[in-house]
Design a protein around this ligand. Structure first.
Ligand code: SAM
Ligand code: SF4
Length: 348
């Protein structure tokens, strides 16, 4: 089924619903929505090889996703990131982007964006641009085709690179996200930097986070970005810049390339005091913090009434419980993930 505009419910009835302000006076203006838990890759740090996925009936429909996103936008969300699993493998996903584009046109939404593994990007780059998507994040951990296959298990690097090129030609700005993995891509950071900046893309390095059961040992994968940064300083001049997104990334300008380099270090730094975001899973569960278990079900109030009243109440009650911060830890003794859910559930 596809989303058609104008939408049936909610939007026209509300005056201006109360803004999303948490107990620590942080304004929630950024929503990340996972539209599927499925993926056409099986990245070793993200999923186990044999994942069981949710039954389709548990997933919010595209219409429900649109209504949910629109409710958040009416409560002051200015930036919306569609993620997954792999968002571009969800059937008819472009109809959701096209429907959400109306909020860009009214100016209520500043940015509609996407995090993708890039496998379907060649097909969708033009449609995304037409729906008002100006920037996207594409995850690429290595430029070595064999290593790419080993990390993603099922991925094809050349298809992803074609997708990146298609997005660039469509006029979409690209940030490459690379998870830093000990003994896997730590010797390739310079190549990733040259590739990204040489093609006009930003690059962000991410530390592995202990989310969900995987086959390997996470303490083997964990590479502190403080080490990566120190090594980069041997060859590159990193200039601190004030660019911030309210999230865990800290950015520098690489003097030699002129490009921007970000470091996402949830394990070694505390970024929570400026947190402006919440996450919704593809089943409509709202997580107020990536690193905490507390969550609120939005699917029941969404389905309970075509009116948005119950939904707004559930959102307000959840935001009132947004915790001050997370407490990620990779437990070296028990080798357990700090949280049972996979990143593909909350979308990172
Ligand atoms: N499939 C899309 C992709 O790969 O970009 C979107 C979803 S994916 C869960 C979002 C991001 O989370 C990707 O950049 C991925 O590398 C990252 N990620 C997944 N599991 C992670 C983990 N355990 N620690 C750190 N980053 C992780
Ligand atoms: Fe799929 Fe993205 Fe997870 Fe890789 S990181 S398995 S591409 S959801």
């Amino acid at each position: 089924m596809s989303v058609t505009t104008p939408l049936p419910s909610g939007e026209s009835q509300a005056a201006t619903p109360a803004a999303l302000i948490d107990p620590f006076n942080r304004h929630v203006t950024y929503l990340r929505v996972s539209v599927t838990d499925r993926c056409d890759f099986r990245c070793v740090y993200c999923m186990s090889e044999h994942m069981s996925f949710l039954p389709r009936k548990d997933l919010l429909t595209l219409e429900e996703l649109d209504r949910l996103c629109s409710a958040f936008i009416s409560k002051g969300v200015r930036k919306l990131r569609i993620t997954g699993g792999e968002p571009l493998v969800r059937k008819n996903i472009m109809s959701l982007f096209r429907a959400l584009a109306r909020h860009l046109e009214t100016g209520r939404l500043e940015e509609l964006t996407l995090t993708t593994n890039g496998s379907q990007l060649e097909k969708y780059a033009g449609d995304l641009k037409a729906a008002g998507v100006r920037r996207i994040n594409v995850s690429i951990d290595t430029l070595d085709a064999q290593k790419f296959k080993a990390i993603t298990r099922w991925g094809d690097l050349s298809a992803v690179l074609k997708g990146v090129d298609a997005a660039r030609r469509a006029g979409i700005s690209i940030k490459i996200n690379a998870v830093a993995l000990k003994g896997v891509n730590e010797d390739e950071i310079d190549d990733l930097l040259r590739f990204a900046h040489g093609n006009g893309h930003d690059l962000t390095l991410i530390e592995t986070m202990p989310l969900g059961e995987i086959e390997g040992d996470r303490t083997d994968q964990y590479l502190p970005l403080s080490i990566v940064r120190a090594r980069l300083l041997d060859r590159w001049t990193l200039e601190d810049i004030p660019f911030r997104t309210g999230g865990p990334a800290r950015y520098v300008r690489v003097k030699e390339t002129g490009g921007r380099l970000g470091f996402i270090t949830p394990m070694t730094h505390n970024f929570c005091e400026s947190c402006n975001r919440v996450r919704v899973t593809c089943t409509g569960t709202l997580y107020m913090c990536l690193g905490q278990e507390d969550a609120a079900d939005l699917r029941a109030p969404l389905r309970a009434s075509p009116d948005n009243g119950p939904l707004f109440e559930a959102i307000d009650a959840a935001i009132a419980r947004k915790p001050k911060g997370h407490d990620f830890v990779i437990d070296r003794r028990r080798k357990q993930p700090a949280l049972g859910r996979h990143m593909s559930v909350t979308g990172g």
